[in-house]
Ligand binder design. Structure first.
Ligand SMILES: [Mn+2]
Length: 285
């Protein structure tokens, strides 16, 4: 399943699986999306975009090299629950091999599938324009708009950048004791130090739904929302989180490539390089 194909590798790097600290797992799931389809083309577009990027981060003086292995795209059935089982199993296998999984989506539901492979004390820090707290969508509990609710059944969840939810969702967030840093708080620079101290020393999984960004810099998503985060706002949160917590894994979800505009997949790809760089450097300091 994880056989390497050079043509599909991130940054065009041929990396030895045994030596790699990170494994990119392309997860082209696009089943329960509620509005525009196309996230199944996300993983491939992000990997293709990576080949146009440099892997050296001059601010950190760090170059991503020989540590990120790229697995083959997961083959997924049409039934969402079966997809969850496959993602759960594959991420479990990577954790057994002591790798840090990097999932490229695909719809956001892949985060729930991945979460099943982690210990219950791993904190899921989710960057998303949407609260994803829906109880049922089209008669099903398993939907990309229910992602946060499902993950929070097993693991603590922190939401960042939320600006789209119903009053019922808001009440459910509060009842669940789920920490949510809404976009207006992000814009006031609030809650970051409080967040960092609350998760200090804990294992964290970062999930970035590309619609957390302002649509002007990430137009290639299925459910865009005006007034989103900037690239530097997201990086600032991630930098602070990784400086005091241990990265267990991460994903970049909901990239939906659009014609003649590769901004979103370039941003997604750059984020992978940034997160790996920040994580590697945070352990050296
Ligand atoms: Mn979203």
């Amino acid at each position: 399943m994880l056989l390497h194909e050079v043509n599909d590798s991130f940054l065009e790097e041929v990396v030895d699986f045994k030596k790699a600290r990170y494994v990119i797992l392309p997860v082209p799931m696009d089943i329960t999306t509620t509005y525009l389809k196309g996230t199944k083309f996300g993983p491939r577009s992000i990997i293709e975009a990576s080949r146009s990027l440099e892997n050296y981060n001059f601010e950190l003086d760090y170059e991503v090299k020989d540590i990120v292995f790229t697995a083959n795209e997961l083959e997924l059935p049409p039934e969402p629950n079966e997809c969850m089982g496959i993602i759960h199993q594959t991420v479990s296998d990577l954790l057994m091999d002591d790798k840090i999984p990097i999932l490229l989506g695909g719809e956001h539901t892949i985060t729930y599938g991945a979460s099943l492979a982690f210990d219950r004390d791993v904190v899921f820090v989710i960057f998303d324009a949407h609260a994803d707290m829906k109880r049922h969508v089209k008669g099903s509990e398993l939907n990309h708009a229910s992602n946060s609710r499902l993950i929070n059944k097993r693991n603590p969840v922190v939401l960042i950048g939320v600006r789209s939810l119903s009053l019922e969702d808001k009440k459910d967030l509060e009842d669940a004791g789920l920490r949510c840093i809404y976009q207006d708080i992000v814009d006031k620079d609030g809650s970051l130090s409080e967040l960092v101290s609350s998760i200090r020393g804990k294992k964290v999984y970062l999930s970035i739904d590309m619609d957390v960004f302002d649509p002007s810099i990430a137009p290639g998503v299925g459910t865009p929302q005006p007034g989103g985060m900037t690239y530097h706002q997201v990086l600032r949160y991630i930098r602070e989180i990784l400086s005091s917590s241990k990265l267990a894994g991460f994903d970049i979800s909901e990239t939906r490539p659009i014609a003649d505009n590769n901004t979103t997949e370039i941003l997604a790809s750059k984020l992978v390089i940034d997160i790996v760089s920040l994580n590697e450097m945070s352990h050296k300091i």
